[in-house]
Design a binder for this molecule. Sequence first.
Ligand code: KIV
Length: 291
Amino acid sequence: MNEDEKMKHSTRSLQAMRDRGEPIVMVTAYDATQAAHAQAAGVDMILVGDSLGMVMLGYDTTVPVTLDDMIHHAKAVRRGAPHTMVLVDMPFATYHQTTADTVRYASRIMREAYADGLKLEGGKKIIPHVQALVQAGIPVCGHLGLTPQSVLQFGGFRVQARELDAAQKLHDDALQLQDSGAFMIVLECIPSALGTLVTQSLTIPTIGIGAGDACSGQVLVYHDVLGLGMHLRRPKFVKTYAELGEKAISAIRTYKEEVKLHEFPNSDYRYDIAENTISSLSKHPNREEKS
Ligand code: KIV
């Protein structure tokens, strides 16, 4: 059985992985090609993160990303990875108005992109919204710690919950999200010992990104795994498995040089036509008239 023929994961099968201690692997993807790579590699889940604002659209933060941006990219990911569980981020300020608004925005992502679940950043404050989505039958993943949509409030991308109060709050938020029906929680950029404690306190899976190795699984951003983000910062928690950005620049430079030197396209890259067709063409009456 190849990776494309495997059964798509569900909230139940992910819970079973967590219960038997099998790490869950998630990677972000933002278009059909990236999604196809992730599916072919056999990851358990794909996240269409609103990090697309930074790695695909060139914004400094995820704040400018819109609902339409998320749907546009999530549809492409769905087409590229039809057999992989796809989680989609609800973007900035789309789950902070009425719970009816939240369900309406969430339903658009679920219906238009055939998403398998949604991820929301935050704890106690968003609990009514999580409950409303769960009641509507939508699988919800929480996200605590360094929640990038609040980066302007945090004053930058920095490690969270190092002090007792903040660590206690994060632990309480995780329990509340679980009680509200979240099926999973992403923990981003927090001390490893806190990642371990929260994971042990919960019965649902945790997915870490800079939260240590005790989490039930890990997530990394596609561009970070592949070393594609020339202009992007690389936090300490990122492991880069290939330097494709450098390879891309070198390949494009070689292409440029070959064109300038008339080395490309050589005969390997040209289409043939019978010699007499071309000579007849040059004698065509329309051509003669013009000349
Ligand atoms: O937007 C994103 O890519 C994320 C991951 C970093 C967890 O939320």
